[in-house]
Structure formats: C-alpha cells, structure tokens
Design a protein around this ligand. Structure first.
Ligand code: COA
Length: 158
C-alpha cells in the first residue's frame, strides 16, 4: 500500500473533496456541499492522500460553532479504502486541532454511531447542542424529521 499522509486541505483539493461528498450524498449518507462552500471553508478540512500520487483517500472538516464547541463534518473515506484506519487517523488530527484551539467539546451528527463510539464519543440529545440546532440545522432540508444521531466528545476528558 502507498504511504498515506494526513494534512490540511488546500483550495486545489476542493474539487476532489466535492466529488467524494457527492458520491456519499447521492447514497443519502452525507449532506451535499456546493463547491463554493467547500472552497470557502477549505481551512476546516483535513485530507488523507497518497503520498506520491496525491490521490485523495479521505476527508473530514472541523467547523467551529461556538467559543467552546466545534462540529465534525463531511467525514468520508473512499469505499475501497475503508477499514484501514484512515477515518480514525483523520479524526485524531481534527481532535488535536480542536485541543490546540482550546475547544472543550466536539460533536457530530451522524448515522455512524459505532465508529464515533470507538473514538470516545457518546450519544447526546440534539437539543443539548443549541448553537448547532438553531444555527445550521434550521436551514437544512431534513430539519423537521432529522434522523441523524448527535455524538459528543468532551476534550478535557479524552
Ligand atoms: C465512517 C467512515 C468515515 C469510517 O472510516 P474508516 O477509515 O473506514 O474507519 P477506520 O478504519 O478508521 O475505523 C476505525 C474504527 O472504527 C470501526 N468502524 C469503522 N466504520 C465502522 C462502522 N460503520 N461500524 C462499526 N465500526 C466501524 C473500525 O472497525 C475501527 O475499529 P478498530 O479500531 O477497533 O479496528 C467510513 O466508513 C465512511 O466514509 N463511510 C461513508 C460516509 C459516512 O457515512 N460518513 C460519516 C458522516 S458523519
């Protein structure tokens, strides 16, 4: 297997990031993100790429939503590369970043509860995350019957 590097995303990664998001949003497991939004938020993203070829293998974003709170967004590993630890490693890079920003809590809205549990997250009521619910969720098409599960990690206890 080619060596993998984990690094901050660059604007030139945006098209490949959107392709991976579109792949999974077409299957209904991720929210779609327009290219312009991904470029604007590119500093939120961490990517896993093959070291020599630069081919994108995985993505994740850490989006700050409050003084002490951030959301893990757009976590995805291309299908052929799943189960090799890329998702875990990318998430660990984001959590290190969150600690450096002195954030106290990180959450995700997800169907992948077992994955997040393995990384130390616990299920919480969505209503315990007001910044998210009233900031972003109200603009989402799924708002009235969202079935994603909120998973939270307290960084001072991790
Ligand atoms: C969820 C996802 C990112 C996981 O990435 P991955 O690289 O395959 O996961 P890893 O290999 O790093 O797995 C880390 C641990 O979680 C476990 N795990 C991964 N996916 C899991 C799942 N769906 N259910 C249960 N356990 C899972 C692994 O077995 C591993 O456990 P271990 O450390 O005890 O061996 C990947 O499956 C994916 O891209 N899914 C489609 C998109 C998606 O649903 N994204 C989530 C949006 S919030």
């Amino acid at each position: 297997m080619e060596p993998i590097i984990y690094r901050r995303a660059r604007p030139t990664d945006a098209r490949a990031i959107v392709q991976l998001i579109n792949h999974y949003s077409a299957k209904g497991v991720m929210l779609p993100r327009p290219y312009a939004q991904v470029v604007e938020k590119i500093r939120d993203f961490v990517v896993a790429t093959e070291e020599r070829s630069g081919v994108l293998k995985g993505i994740v974003a850490l989006h700050v939503v409050g003084e002490d709170l951030a959301e893990i967004r757009s976590l995805a590993v291309e299908e052929a590369s799943q189960g090799k630890g890329f998702g875990r490693k990318m998430l660990e890079v984001c959590l290190k970043d969150a600690k450096e920003l002195q954030l106290q809590r990180v959450f995700a809205l997800t169907y992948q509860t077992d994955f997040f549990t393995k990384l130390g997250f616990s299920k919480v009521e969505k209503l315990t995350l007001p910044q998210k619910i009233w900031g972003d969720c109200v603009h989402c098409a799924k708002f009235s019957d969202c079935d994603e599960i909120a998973m939270l990690l307290n960084l001072d206890k991790s």
